[in-house]
Design a protein around this ligand. Structure first.
Ligand code: BMA
Length: 963
């Protein structure tokens, strides 16, 4: 986003600041944006807060009061202007700001204070011209401990408003407008950073300025009178659609400023625009200027997978009318915005022949869209560590994983502009929540006013983005009433509070800047309002917020079988679901020491923030896998064995997670065409991690892909083959194909029955082919086959599996465009005769430095399930977590973040390969005699290094010896 608001900008954020502990001795120079915790870490006064239990050791930092102070020079040029504003924001959180204060460092005397704020989510514009002197000035920002302030606010409130209290969490996040998860969450630490995220900037001006613009777009009906007034005949004859764009601008006019003209200019698509609007009166104004633009197929913005993402450049300018041409140019206040033309609606209408049920899906440009995506938590505990490039890389990962929607979860912070810009460019729809989550909130007048100001400002900032598809009031607050004694016992009270805050305050704030068309849900999950008609009052449909009959659903069940599709509800839209896994082994190693590498160690327990999480993981794993014991027998070399055990346990939880998501998402994709369900979206919990701890994420802290992320890429692909195994004695495999492609398709599925001990010479035991045809975006049952029939001559169900491989293309195309593969497991993994040593070999076949790619050939001598290529090197594989067949080598490309040059020598040394064979019976609890050293073979000898030639590498899967 580019802008020139004022005549002169002076950035105060980036230079040296003096940081002082107000009631202590620490004082040194530091850089902003950042927090006191990052600063004392960088100074070496404390160790990395994310390492082991430093979260607790470093707590004194957030419990201290800190002062940030710097001097700056006010030039003659700056002071020549009638107005100088301090634009300041991201104050985290209980902050006092003073200009030219004399009382350093114990805080400012009251008359020096220009702001007392308690909201990290807001930005302020403060007139300070009269406080500045020529030459040196100073700015002082004092941040008080947030935990104390939150507690004080909760104590002073007339009744108890409960907040979430999981392991390691600090209470009362709901009483302070700080990032809620800073108080700890069930996937992250309670670090409570205190600091300044910015901006801190001076803006000087003497003529009117444009502060912000909100843009609303609507399609005009073909008989609208405005069409005839345009010069575009294609709007009149109906060959192009007419979009009305309303630019609502926040304008500030200083005293004695010349008259100004507000004008919108832009691309050739503009068919007519309002005449320039005159601004004269001093003060703040909201002014709306409209243009009619032509929408054609080639300039329409589409969600990813449904079309292109053209973005049109518009310029909004405010120009003084009286000065000379030269002066006019210099004093112009300009905002530039990229706009994607589109229409969108949230379709909530009775399901066919089931009037008591209601759909929930997005229709963009008239096309029904299946939403595939995830939930974003804060990108770091320290937002200042996240660069715009990091933000783009994260959205790119979502795009590479075949997603088209990201839900910005309400317990974090509002993402920076770079996030929405990347989403616009990549066709990623955004479900944006206001920052409220998981417990009731207070509703006194001062709080409501604070929230109204915050949400209005955020709506102004982001609502022009093409990607913004829906606003949500909060995450899970209606659902949370049942979690707490106080709210469960007094639902009426909390329902009234809810309505005041989310329906009466936040909903109008989202819509206020002239953006009334965007869809809004007051919470997620919810059942929506009783009537959707715009003229009807908004009356919330209270009740079972998790109902599958209408609205969206969050689904978590840690007791039922995560591999059984029947575990998952036949809901309309799943905005969250998930199961946990551990952080990847090489990531966890960086934040822990040897004694921690036991799933029952105090450190592993300390980092598990989901109550009962480990027990749930073990219980789920014991259903399906041979579970390695937690502890290796004490004997020489047991340290290495112990590390190996922890690595295997990590791998198991990750494979378990990935397979559960495969089962669940395939189920919900199949249900898109089921008349009773009509499921039209799955957003899994959660995209990213905030530290190396157990969580529901597909990406480790730092962005490394867990096995889940590769499964997501597979299961969200536009064509999906999937299956369901019937229960009961006569087992039937039902085979489905699901398409998100807006054209009809014709294709075929190859079904191969493959024995676990098959070799290259033997090949599949049997092969069959089925053809199918699909309508646009259809899901269909294409075949049913008895397990007995599939197994004929191939042994018992534990001896074999069935591989499904689908290929399809629009009729008339000679080449198959889309492919999908899925494996039908006929028995639990622990009961299957998985080859104990599939002898997986990885060789480098190309490592051209300039391409940042290393290409591997991966082979095995027997089927190897859930093959996981693991490397500590930053980057990701083109595919991973796959079934490897002895007659079908895989060519896998590793995409590095830097050039391949630096890593090619060590790549194979550092590569480890695991597969289900590593979780053979020899590793299971109870199967390993205490005295046996062979149960948990240590990680492999260093793998032979690559010189660029193809040469075989022993992979660690062959290193565990059967006992
Ligand atoms: C959901 C989220 C989060 C939480 C996750 C896992 O309900 O909204 O609050 O982290 O569950 O428990």
């Amino acid at each position: 986003m580019s802008a020139k608001c004022a005549d002169l900008d002076q950035d105060l954020l980036s230079d040296d600041w003096v940081l002082s502990q107000v009631e202590g001795k620490v004082q040194f120079f530091t850089q902003l944006p950042g927090s006191s915790l990052e600063a004392v870490e960088a100074k070496g006064l404390v160790q990395d807060s994310l390492y082991r239990d430093n979260e607790l050791q470093n707590r004194w930092v957030s419990e201290s009061k800190w002062n940030f102070r710097r001097t700056f020079s006010a030039s003659e040029q700056l002071l020549a202007h009638t107005n100088v504003d301090l634009v300041i924001g991201g104050l985290d959180t209980v902050a006092e700001v003073a200009i030219n204060c004399q009382h350093h460092p114990t805080g400012a005397a009251n008359d020096d204070l220009i702001l007392q704020s308690k909201n990290v989510h807001r930005e302020y514009r403060l007139p300070i011209r009269d406080r500045l002197q020529p030459g040196d000035n100073n700015i002082s920002i004092t941040i008080s401990p947030a935990e104390r302030a939150a507690k004080r606010a909760a104590d002073e409130y007339p009744y108890r408003v409960p907040s979430m209290q999981g392991p390691g969490m600090l209470p009362h996040y709901n009483f302070l407008r700080k990032t809620a998860s800073d108080f700890g969450w069930d996937w992250g630490p309670a670090l409570m950073p205190a600091g300044i995220l910015g901006p801190v900037r001076l803006e000087a001006y003497s003529s009117a300025i444009l502060e912000e613009v909100s843009i609303r777009q609507r399609k005009l009906s073909p008989d609208d009178d405005r069409l005839r007034a345009t010069g575009c005949s294609d709007l009149v004859d109906g060959t192009a659609s007419a979009m009305l764009l309303s630019f609502t601008c926040k304008v500030t006019v200083p005293e004695r400023a010349a008259d100004s003209q507000l004008e919108v200019t832009g691309p050739p698509e503009i068919c007519s625009s309002d005449a320039p609007l005159s601004v004269t009166e001093p003060g703040q104004h909201l002014m709306t200027s409209e243009v009619v633009a032509r929408q054609l197929p080639n300039n329409t913005w589409w969600p990813r997978g449904y079309g292109e993402q053209p973005l049109l450049d518009f310029t909004i300018s405010l120009t003084p009318s009286s000065p000379s041409a030269n002066q006019r140019a210099s004093k112009q206040s300009v905002l530039r915005r990229k706009i994607g033309l589109k229409t969108m609606e949230l379709v909530r209408q009775p399901v066919q022949q089931q009037p008591d049920k209601e759909t929930f899906f997005f229709r963009i440009n008239g096309m029904d869209i299946y939403a595939k995506g995830t939930n974003l938590i804060p990108m770091d505990v320290f937002p200042s560590r996240v660069s715009d490039d990091d933000v783009r890389a994260l959205v790119q990962t979502a795009a590479d994983s075949n997603m088209n929607m990201i839900r910005v979860w309400g317990g974090g912070y509002y993402p920076p502009d770079a996030f929405y810009e990347a989403c616009d460019e990549l066709g990623m729809m955004v479900w944006q929540e206001a920052m409220f989550a998981c417990s009731p909130y207070p509703r006194h007048e001062a709080f409501l006013q604070e929230v109204e100001a915050e949400v209005t400002q955020q709506a102004f900032r982001i609502n022009h983005h093409a990607s913004l598809t829906i606003w949500g009031g909060n995450n899970e607050i209606e659902t949370s009433f049942d979690w707490y004694k106080d709210s469960a016992a007094n639902k009426q009270l909390f329902a009234v509070d809810f309505t005041k805050l989310f329906v009466d305050t936040i909903m109008p704030a989202v819509h206020r800047p002239g953006f009334t068309d965007i869809a809004f849900v007051d919470t997620s999950p919810s059942n929506g309002p009783i009537s959707h008609h715009p003229n009807d009052p908004y009356v919330k449909r209270w009740g079972d917020s998790q109902s599958s009959d209408r609205g969206d659903v969050h689904f978590y069940d840690y007791v039922k079988d995560a591999f059984d599709p029947d575990t998952y509800p036949r809901a309309k839209f799943i905005s969250e679901f998930g199961v946990m896994s551990l952080p990847s082994w090489h990531i966890f190693q960086q934040y822990s020491i040897q004694e921690d590498w036991n799933r029952e160690s105090p450190m592993v327990n300390f980092r598990m923030r989901h109550p009962n999480g480990h027990a749930e993981l073990v219980a789920q794993a014991q259903r399906h896998f041979h579970v390695p014991p937690a502890t290796a027998p004490a004997q020489p070399g047991s340290d290495k064995q112990q590390a190996r055990l922890y690595q295997l346990w990590t791998y198991l939880t990750q494979v378990q997670q990935a397979h559960a998501y495969d089962v669940a998402i395939s189920h919900w994709c199949r249900l898109k065409s089921a008349p009773d369900a009509h499921t039209m979206g799955v957003l899994y919990w959660q995209l990213n991690d905030i530290w190396a701890g157990p969580s529901w994420s597909g990406l480790d802290y730092g962005g490394h892909w867990k096995p889940l992320q590769y499964t997501i890429q597979h299961v969200f692909s536009p064509l999906l083959v999937s299956w369901q195994l019937s229960k009961g004695p006569l087992q039937i495999i039902s085979i489905y194909v699901t398409s998100d492609i807006p054209q009809p398709l014709a294709g075929q599925i190859t079904l191969e029955t493959i024995q676990w001990n098959a070799s290259e010479e033997v090949g599949p035991c049997s092969t069959e082919t089925v053809t199918f045809q699909l309508g646009p975006q259809e899901s269909r049952l294409v075949d049913e086959i008895m397990v007995d029939e599939a197994l004929q001559g191939c042994g018992a169900p534990e001896d074999a599996f069935v591989r499904l491989h689908a290929q399809a293309s629009p009729p008339g195309f000679s080449a198959n465009i889309w492919e999908s593969e899925s494996i039908v497991y006929l028995r639990e993994f622990k009961d299957s005769s998985i080859a104990p040593d599939p002898n997986i070999q990885a060789t480098v076949i190309s490592d051209e430095a300039e391409t940042s790619k290393i290409v591997l050939n991966v082979t095995s001598s027997a089927p190897a399930a859930f093959v996981s290529l693991e490397t500590p090197i930053a980057g990701h594989f083109s595919e991973n977590n796959f079934m490897l067949l002895p007659w079908q080598a895989r060519t896998v490309t590793f995409h590095t973040k830097g050039g391949a040059e630096k890593i090619k020598e060590t790549f194979l040394d550092l590569l480890e390969v695991l597969s289900l064979a590593n979780l053979g019976p020899q590793a299971a609890i109870g199967n390993c005699p205490a005295a046996s050293a062979n149960c948990f073979a240590e990680p492999g000898e260093p793998l032979a290094s690559s010189n660029g030639d193809a040469h075989p590498v022993p992979a660690s899967s062959s290193e565990i010896q059967p006992s």
